[in-house]
Unconditional design. Sequence first.
Lengths: 105, 116
Amino acid sequence: VMTQSPATLSVSPGETATLSCWASQSFTDNLAWYQQTPGQAPKLLISGVSTRATGIPARFSGSGSGTEFTLTISGLQSEDSAVYYCQQYNDWPPTFGPGTRVEIK
Amino acid sequence: EMQLVESGGGLVQPGGSLTLSCVVSGFSLSNSEINWVRQAPGRGLEWVSYISTSGSDVYYRDSVKGRFTLSRDNANNSLYLQLSSLRAEDTAIYYCVSGDYYYDVWGQGTLVTVSS
């Protein structure tokens, strides 16, 4: 089971957003992050905890291990307003967290 | 550019059936593992089914086992998700996505609504 916090995060442009994801069981590498903007399909941001997908800017970074993982968005921009989901693929079936909504103030 | 395009969604009565299609372009389907992920209205993401490159391995989430069938036609770059004995809780946008364990390319989704 994956959990995420906070449910909603309101951040000013240029600031840093820190999103947390917790797993019910410990693992090391098998975690991904996705971004979903309104009306769009999710987009892969990060796999393997910290490896950015092709074309993802460096201001998106992932970290963590064990049961706690973090997505950090530095220098927040208006287009970063979205829901962010973590996903574990350490156990079968793969499961997603409930998401964190990032709002731009 | 890698693309997946779903079709076949619509309104269906409880207990009814529907077949979703996913056509891929810009890459070889025969080299790609494919999944379906769904999203109920206003809700989060839920993995539904997986098919291996050859189609020999297919997996489903427990709640759809015995009701959904996933198949592929590599020659025509297409996949098919047959939905049967549909329930209200199957109402969702169904996304066709590429990847083995995490999902790097997503289609735009097709909406399935189960309602009388």
